[in-house]
Design a protein around this ligand. Structure first.
Ligand code: GLU
Length: 318
């Protein structure tokens, strides 16, 4: 017997929802709900400098306005505070200690400038592949450096392939040595990294279906490596294409005209936003206003394109 599907929304309250976030949320909701599953809302507010409670409140209100309801988690569960990552540091600490005890991680003292000077830029997106500068420091060197600055902590990755079968992109294979190098699991200011927190939380919240943007495909390889080291249960992964502007540029938080707030003023009804997104996701042949729940009986994941999706000028020009 297969267990019930548990999907999730995992927004970061560092800004307001924009069309791209809503697209991911709608598809995560459709994947889970069309299979009779439920959705957990987890607020990914790890970084206190970028996130706020007001923004989290707003995200939740916006999701509810769109008709994308959730069954468990922030704002609805009895222990709803436990679904804010900012309240979960002691849990992350426990798993971090396990990685430390198993010598899977090491302290890194590289400054931002040193990182830029010494590390190879990642081919496609300007991120850096960590060259491993601090991997082999002696204990004495570490202790000396510790006097000078607080370290971040990096996970030692292996030079080997990590594969998984994505719900839309099929078999994906990454080698973390070429993709990221040893990556950070805790920042020098003590904030745990997304990669670590997301693995622990998805596992402890029994999430078994992760649906999110294809910009996180290579993160999935990092996360699978952590699942393995921490012996946690791995969910299924489905990455969805990104929404891009007609010039191919990814829609980002700075595209103010694609912010939900702006779209709400122009379109008024949530059905119009959902209708556009259903059309962009290949679920209907031409745009028409729809409720999210109207899509449940026609939802067909095979119709979601793999290529990034160009937002039509018609929608941009509203
Ligand atoms: N919090 C992440 C974001 O807002 C999503 C992470 C995930 O879905 O794994 O981009």
């Amino acid at each position: 017997m297969s267990s019930a599907v548990i999907g999730r929304f995992a927004p970061t309250p560092s800004g307001f929802l924009h069309l791209g976030n809503v697209f991911c949320s709608l598809l995560a909701w459709l994947f889970a709900k069309s299979q009779g599953g439920k959705i957990v809302l987890r607020i990914e507010d790890l970084d206190p400098a970028r996130c706020s409670v007001e923004k989290a409140d707003r995200l939740a209100k916006d999701l509810a306005w769109l008709g994308l309801n959730w069954d468990e988690g922030a704002y609805v569960s009895k222990n709803h505070e436990d679904y804010f990552q900012s309240n979960r540091f002691s849990i992350y600490q426990k798993y971090f200690a396990q990685l430390e005890a198993n010598e899977n991680i090491y302290s890194c003292f590289c400054s931002r400038n040193e990182l830029h000077a010494a590390n190879a830029p990642h081919l496609s997106d300007g991120r850096f592949i960590y060259a491993g500068t601090c991997r082999n420091l002696s204990l004495a060197e570490r202790q000396e450096k510790m006097q000078m600055r607080k370290p971040s902590y990096r996970l030692k990755v292996k030079d080997e392939d990590i594969s998984f079968v994505d719900g839309i992109y099929g078999r994906m294979t990454y080698n973390l040595a070429n993709e990221s190098g040893d990556f950070i699991v805790r920042r020098s200011d003590g904030v745990y990294a997304y990669q670590l927190a997301v693995v622990i939380d998805d596992a402890l919240m029994h999430v078994n279906q992760v649906v999110r943007g294809s910009d996180l495909l290579s993160s999935t390889a990092m996360q699978l490596y952590l699942y393995d080291l921490l012996e946690l249960k791995v969910p299924s992964f489905t990455h969805i294409p990104l929404l891009v502007a007609p010039d191919g540029r990814r829609l980002a938080k700075r595209d103010e005209d694609m912010e939900l707030d702006v779209l709400r003023k122009k379109l008024q009804a949530p059905e119009k936003i959902i209708g556009w997104l259903a059309f962009l996701a290949g679920q209907i042949h031409k745009y028409e206003p729809l409720k999210a729940e109207d899509l449940l009986h026609i939802f067909d994941p095979k119709k979601i394109p793999q290529a990034n999706i160009i937002v039509p000028q018609e929608l941009l020009n509203l």
